[in-house]
Design a protein around this ligand. Structure first.
Ligand code: FE2
Length: 180
């Protein structure tokens, strides 16, 4: 059962308390049980017309906690999750998650076979959990502005993005805002 709303700092402290290697099931439980009061996220909220912004809340060697603010119609590239586990929760609005099946080129070629494997709509409190290179999706907010909270363990500095035809490219993660 969901507890009463907590501050973003409390969630950050709980994640730090999970130690040097965060188990995905424990991260998911924390996100599920600790309902972050959106008002406490205000210092980490920024908006940019037509795209999403990535706003760092806190980062350790074990994980990064990032608030993502999606402008209406904004969406990510099709992407993997490097060697990390990723979980996110919707705090406001709705998100659309397009899942892809990925088959790496057997001949060692660079192009992968990407097949769309369904779409899921996530509303307030819903979670999405990902792990590693084979977990590929595209996330967007076609229905209007949305805010999500993401835990990457360990932090992702570079991941692969894919064109629709399966051509990969390395993408370096950037933050639009960092804590003062
Ligand atoms: Fe993702």
């Amino acid at each position: 059962m969901r507890s009463s709303p907590c501050a973003i700092d409390e969630l950050a402290a709980a994640l730090r308390g999970l130690g040097g290697t965060l188990q995905p099931v424990k991260v998911a439980a924390a996100l599920r049980e600790m309902s972050v009061d959106l008002r406490t996220l205000a210092p980490f909220v920024s908006w940019c017309s037509g795209r999403y912004t990535r706003n760092l809340v806190t980062r350790t060697e074990a994980f990064e906690l990032v608030a993502i603010c999606w402008d209406a119609g904004a969406h990510s590239a099709i992407h993997d999750h490097a060697d990390s586990d990723c979980a996110f929760v919707v705090l406001d609005g709705t998100l659309e998650c397009e899942n892809y099946r990925l088959a790496l080129a057997p001949d060692g070629g660079s192009r992968a076979a990407l097949t769309r494997a369904g779409t899921r709509t996530l509303a307030h409190g819903d979670l999405d959990v990902r792990s590693g290179h084979l977990s590929v999706h595209r996330v967007g907010a076609p229905a209007g502005r949305a805010t999500t909270l993401h835990v990457y363990a360990k932090p992702i500095d570079v991941c692969l993005a894919y064109d629709e035809d399966g051509t990969p490219r390395e993408v370096r993660s950037v933050y639009d805002t960092v804590p003062r």
